[in-house]
Design a binder for this molecule. Structure first.
Ligand code: GLV
Length: 323
């Protein structure tokens, strides 16, 4: 191919149209730099510096306010700047275009590390040692083999299955539940009608379900009472999948022996929330997994190329279904 015909076959950055970035959480500079290193010359705009709204072809958004999408008539795709797309469910301003989410190895590795930490902390009795240390007490608890500790993952999507495999690799006895049939090496997978069998023997339950109209409040008093008494609970997905008053009650009664919570109904967690003063609760401020722009931008750039050429983005989701 001659220099001239090669140049003709390569799309110009301008052919992609403008990209609009909206997030009060993510760093626009890091995202702009990461995207431009994949797509040199890209027209990258950061809200509210939109310019002509008709130029906008690709929107990268995290928790955009209601009505945000309305002014943009030429949107070709929306990329949700995170894994959970609950902020896009039930909106009336979403254009009828492909919607995708982020899924990158950095995000998966962070989630896996958070859940491994939380589960290992319980499996190795660390909360008891933390308390004993405050009493200046040498409190020996004989460690148990990990394969005798039953850990269950509720939700075996992209992140849930990575977490389940990670726990199985470490040596735990791992099972998982999902509405859709799943098969994961080293993980006993339960389906729709088998929730009771799944829950009945668990020592530690990890919630990895997406928040959708169907999952809101699904972890409730009935579910907690189906677990063995004193089971531990880890929530690394979304607060609203859990009935919070039921969790508080289960923690007070001892039905749930301890909880590690990264997500809540209201974030930041209000100062007077009962969780703050519960000895058996570990609170982290919604950071189990975050997006690493350098890792995620490669796939977003590829989606910009694909959609501009009339194709499908990577990691497409269905906002009606919620994942
Ligand atoms: C974080 O909560 C995400 O959904 O990416």
């Amino acid at each position: 191919m001659t220099q001239q015909s090669l140049a003709q076959s390569m799309p110009e950055a301008g052919d992609y149209g403008a990209v609009l970035f909206y997030s009060e959480f993510d760093d626009p500079k890091a995202w702009g730099d990461a995207l431009k290193s994949n797509l040199p010359g890209l027209d990258f705009r950061v809200y509210p510096d939109v310019g002509n709204p008709d130029d906008i072809r690709h929107v990268l958004a995290w928790k955009a306010f209601p009505g945000f999408f309305e002014p943009f008539r030429n949107i070709a795709q929306v990329v949700n700047l995170g894994a959970g797309i609950d902020a896009l469910v039930g909106r009336t301003d979403l254009p009828d275009v492909p919607i995708s989410r982020l899924s990158d190895p950095g995000m998966i590795a962070l989630m896996r590390s958070y859940v491994l930490f939380s589960v290992i902390r319980y499996a190795r009795d660390i909360p008891a040692f933390e308390q004993a240390q405050r009493r200046h007490e040498w409190h020996y608890i004989h460690p148990r083999p990990l394969d005798t500790i039953k850990v269950g993952i509720l939700g075996l999507g992209h992140l849930g299955s990575a977490v389940a495999s990670g726990l199985a690799d470490v040596g735990f006895d791992v099972s998982g539940w999902d509405v859709a049939p799943k098969s994961i090496t080293g993980v006993r997978c339960f389906g729709l009608d088998q929730k009771q069998d799944f829950l009945g023997e668990l020592e530690i339950l990890v919630n990895m379900m997406p928040l959708t109209p169907a999952t809101a409040g699904m972890i409730n008093a009935d579910l907690f009472s189906a677990l063995p008494q004193g089971a531990k609970f880890v929530n690394a997905s979304r607060g609203h999948v859990v009935d919070e008053p039921a969790l508080i009650e289960a923690l007070r009664s001892g039905q749930i022996g301890g909880a590690t919570l990264d997500v809540f109904h209201v974030e930041p967690l209000p100062e007077d929330h009962p969780f703050w003063s519960m000895e058996n609760v570990l609170i982290t401020p919604h950071l189990a997994s975050i997006t690493v722009p350098e890792a995620a931008a490669r796939d977003v750039a590829e989606s910009i190329r694909r959609v501009s050429a009339g194709g499908e983005p990577l990691h497409r989701v269905d906002p009606r279904r919620g994942y």
